[in-house]
Design a protein around this ligand. Structure first.
Ligand code: ZN
Length: 133
């Protein structure tokens, strides 16, 4: 795993939170994208070298809807940049981590992604992401 790629924050209303984070960072989201397969709408902000992803649920079965129900708004996941996601999934499985999707899937912002179950990572949902070349 290399650097933190981004931090994901679950929000109830993307429009409202876009305005809030635009004020916080002094710059608007550089991208908004819906990932229909995950039931989320996302927006991305850059603040210096750091990237923040906001996630809103687009349907009640979305993992974000369930997260908001249980925990409310807040940090949802930490994403790490990896060079070879398949090799990293294999390595982490061998280390005993539970990988939620063993076949990487297409995520937002042109990435292949996989998630580790938070039960095995001290309650933190970890996302692995590899830039799609
Ligand atoms: Zn993410």
């Amino acid at each position: 795993m290399r650097k933190i790629e981004h931090i994901g924050i679950a929000v109830k209303d993307l429009e409202t939170s876009n305005q809030l984070f635009e004020k916080l960072f002094g710059a608007p989201a550089y991208k908004t994208e819906e990932v229909a397969s995950e039931g989320v709408k996302t927006s991305f902000f850059m603040n210096g070298p750091n990237k923040i992803e906001l996630l809103e649920a687009t349907n009640p079965d979305s993992p974000i809807a369930k997260f908001l129900e249980k925990k409310g708004e807040g940090i949802h996941h930490i994403a790490f940049d990896v060079e070879n996601i398949e090799a990293e999934i294999k390595r982490l499985k061998e280390e005993g981590f539970t990988v939620l999707n063993e076949t990487p899937k297409k995520g937002a912002d042109n990435k292949l992604v996989a998630f580790l179950h938070p039960k095995g990572t001290n309650g933190v949902l970890v996302e692995l992401c590899q830039e799609i070349a």
